[in-house]
Design a protein around this ligand. Structure first.
Ligand code: FMN
Length: 199
C-alpha cells in the first residue's frame, strides 16, 4: 500500500513516500540498518552544535521495548505491539555550558525528521507519538532532571492493514490531508499571503 503525498510541486521521493502507518510487520530490522538511522540523526544540525538528542532503543520485545510500551496511552498500545522497534526520544534542557537551551525540542525533532527520511530509504516506516507518559518514562528509565522525555518513535516495515483493530483500519486507508500554502507561507506580515502564490 502506498499513501504517497500528492504534491503540487516536485519533492524528493524519500519525502513523498514517508507517512505514519499503524500496521507494522513483526519483522526485525538489521543492526546495520538500525544504526544507520541513528547515524542520520547524529548528523542533523543543532543550535550551538549542542546535539541535545538522546535515544533509548527497544528492540524485538526486549526489556527496553516493554518498558517503553508500558508508558504509551492505551490507544497507542493497541497498534504498536506489532512493531519490532520502539524508541524513546529525550532532550537535554541545558547546553553543555550549563545555560538553558531554548532550542532543545526543535533540535531533537529535527534529528527525528532526519532519522525518518533515512528510514524511508530502507523501506522502513516511522510513526512518532506524544501519546505516552513522560513521567512514567522518566521513572522507568531513570532519566536525570536535566533531560526530558519527548516522544516515542515506532520503526518497522509496513504491515497488512487487516491486523489492525477495526477502529484503526479506516484512517490507515484514508487519504492524507494537508493545509494549503496560503495558510502558512506569508509575506510582509504574519497572515498575509506570499507573492509566490499570486505572481
Ligand atoms: C510530535 C508528534 C506526535 C504524534 N503523536 C501521535 C500519537 O500519539 N498517536 C498516533 O497514532 N499518531 C501520532 N502522531 C502521528 C500524526 O498523527 C501524523 O504524523 C499526522 O497525522 C500526519 O500523517 P503522516 O505522518 O502520515 O503524514 C504524532 C506525530 C508527531 C509528529
Amino acid at each position: 500500500m502506498s499513501k504517497e503525498a500528492k504534491t503540487t510541486y516536485g519533492i524528493h521521493s524519500l519525502l513523498s513516500k514517508r507517512w505514519s502507518p499503524r500496521a507494522f510487520k513483526k519483522q526485525s530490522i538489521s543492526r546495520e540498518i538500525l544504526l544507520s538511522l541513528f547515524e542520520a540523526a547524529r548528523w542533523s544540525p543543532s543550535a550551538f552544535n549542542d546535539q541535545p538528542w538522546y535515544f533509548i532503543i527497544g528492540n524485538n520485545n526486549d526489556k527496553t521495548f516493554l518498558g517503553i510500551f508500558e508508558t504509551l496511552v492505551e490507544f497507542n498500545q493497541l497498534w504498536t505491539k506489532n512493531a519490532p522497534v520502539l524508541v524513546l526520544s529525550c532532550g537535554r534542557k541545558k547546553t553543555q555550558k550549563g545555560d538553558p537551551n531554548n532550542s532543545f525540542k526543535y533540535d531533537v525533532g529535527q534529528a527525528v525528521a532526519h532519522l525518518s527520511i533515512q528510514a524511508t530509504s530502507h523501506n522502513l516506516y516511522v510513526h512518532q507519538m506524544t501519546g505516552f507518559s513522560p513521567e512514567k518514562a522518566t521513572e522507568v528509565f531513570e532519566i536525570p532532571d536535566e533531560f526530558e522525555a519527548l516522544s516515542v518513535i515506532v520503526i518497522g516495515y509496513l504491515g497488512d492493514t487487516a491486523i489492525l483493530d477495526p477502529r484503526m483500519q479506516k484512517p490507515e486507508l484514508a487519504e492524507r490531508e494537508r493545509k494549503s500554502f496560503d495558510e502558512f507561507i506569508f509575506q510582509d506580515k504574519f497572515g498575509k499571503k506570499s507573492n509566490l502564490l499570486t505572481d
